[in-house]
Design a protein around this ligand. Structure first.
Ligand code: KE4
Length: 428
């Protein structure tokens, strides 16, 4: 039978650069043909050949309730009946703002946008406007979307392609971005000693998901918080991925380190385009129309997208939601560690809330250099064996995985069982 994925991919490349609308989808680092999906329900996906998969990408995080959750679909349908967009204030976006201020410890005020990139780009600009400084600090392997200032040694797709800095970013702009080693407290202190008074902001993924899953050293985060306060730099937690993924209050709740600003995306749109940036009121008041920092968006706070996000945020507040999600995710990770051990494959894994990392190295990495020395060839072979068996992991050794509330113990068992065969294939 002809593979519809291949036919579609061949044709897509005629009209779309690389055949995809986002590079990581192209399977470039794992090889093979991207899968074209036509349907998702709960933890499952179906491709154009009607092949069924258990989904561990979940649209790179947003589908925390699983695909096509009936209550989310209903909220979208109800919202859509009243028009898709007004370009004017609606009560729905006020409800969303109130919800985010209630749930995110650092948020006193918030503005909605349409993607994580818009959120981080806007947060950087308002931090520069608030401090009247130009320098920004980020960390190698962290990815914050594709705004020019942030594509300097970015993670995710950029890291996967081994081109940590992007073409097209003016040198005169990139020079204001300083990239440090994640979890290296001494390098951080040195940077602030040398240029602390010139730093507008530091942006960090408090738990990194874009060089695979890497956890922070708590002392590193606390030192970062203390240095930003001491030097008047704005601390931005990019929780586009970790927000509502690792805990209801995100990484900032888990680690008890409260930034000056937080960026969000993914889950807050429930699968539709929503991003947000917010934080201290004195910083957010710098934004037009009140202050001198301009930021805008035709579809910002779109009522239908917000309806999907609001329903999602309502449902994840159910009692024990994160306890159950964390347990299912941990069972997946523990089962795969056991399988790899029985098949004598050098492998490690870890989970945090509803996200996990798989590593073809002896122990979980704690830095960019450590994740870079994992065995990508083994990952790629493992990835394709699992894909063949109907298990869909992220097509990159540098991406975290995601579990939804729709994943059952049966799904987890099926995945672990498949991993025995996949680990076995690495010994051939
Ligand atoms: P978007 O512009 O893709 O909505 O968000 C950018 C972004 C910002 N910050 C963090 C921490 C992120 O993880 C992201 C986007 N994550 C990637 C997955 N690693 C999106 C997948 C893709 O680029 O296709």
């Amino acid at each position: 039978m002809k593979d519809k994925n291949k036919n579609l991919f061949d044709l897509s490349q005629k009209f779309i650069p690389g055949g995809v609308n986002s590079p990581v989808r192209a399977f470039s680092s794992v090889g093979g043909t991207p899968i074209f999906f036509k349907k998702g329900l709960g933890a499952r996906l179906w491709d154009e050949n009607n092949k069924e998969y258990i989904d561990y990408i979940n649209s790179w995080g947003p589908m925390i309730l699983g695909h096509a959750h009936p209550e989310v679909i209903k909220a979208v349908q109800e919202g859509a009946k009243n028009s898709l967009s007004f370009g004017a204030p609606t009560s729905k976006e006020l409800d969303m703002a109130e919800m985010l201020v209630k749930l995110v410890p650092s948020m006193e005020q918030v503005r909605l946008v349409s993607s994580g990139t818009e959120a981080t780009m806007s947060a950087i600009r308002v931090a520069r406007g608030f401090t009247s400084r130009d320098r920004i600090v980020k960390f190698e392997g962290c990815y914050h979307g594709h705004a020019d200032s942030l594509l300097v040694k970015a993670g995710s797709g950029a890291l996967t392609f081994g081109q940590p800095s992007s073409a097209g970013v003016p040198k005169d702009l990139a020079k204001h971005t300083h990239t440090l080693a994640f979890n290296d407290t001494e390098v951080l202190k040195k940077c602030f000693r040398e240029m602390g008074d010139d730093i507008a902001c530091v942006i960090i993924e408090p738990i990194v998901g874009n060089m695979n899953l890497i956890l922070p050293d708590v002392q590193f985060l606390k030192t970062l918080r203390q240095l930003c306060t001491q030097y008047g730099a704005v601390l931005i937690f990019d929780e586009v991925m970790t927000g509502f993924r690792v805990a209801l209050g995100g990484a900032q709740e888990l680690y008890g380190v409260i930034p000056d600003m937080t960026t969000l995306g993914k889950i807050i749109g429930g699968g539709l385009p929503v991003g947000a940036f917010g934080g201290r009121k004195d910083i957010m008041q710098k934004l037009a129309p009140l202050g001198p920092v301009y930021q805008a968006g035709t579809l910002s706070g779109n009522p239908v997208a917000v309806a999907a996000g609001l329903k999602t945020l309502e449902l994840i507040q159910k009692p024990n939601f994160y306890h159950k999600l964390s347990l299912v995710t941990k069972n997946l990770v523990d089962g795969m560690i056991e399988a790899a051990g029985k098949k004598s494959v050098e492998f490690s894994a870890r989970s945090m809330g509803g996200m996990f990392g798989l590593y073809f190295r002896e122990s979980p990495p704690n830095s960019f250099d450590e994740i870079m020395d994992s065995d990508r060839t083994k990952f790629n072979k493992f990835f394709h064996s699992m894909l063949e068996q109907g298990i869909y992991f992220g097509p990159s050794a540098f991406e975290a995985g995601f579990v939804s509330a729709a994943h059952t113990e049966k799904d987890i068992k099926e995945t672990i069982d498949a991993s025995y065969k996949a680990f076995e294939s690495l010994n051939e």
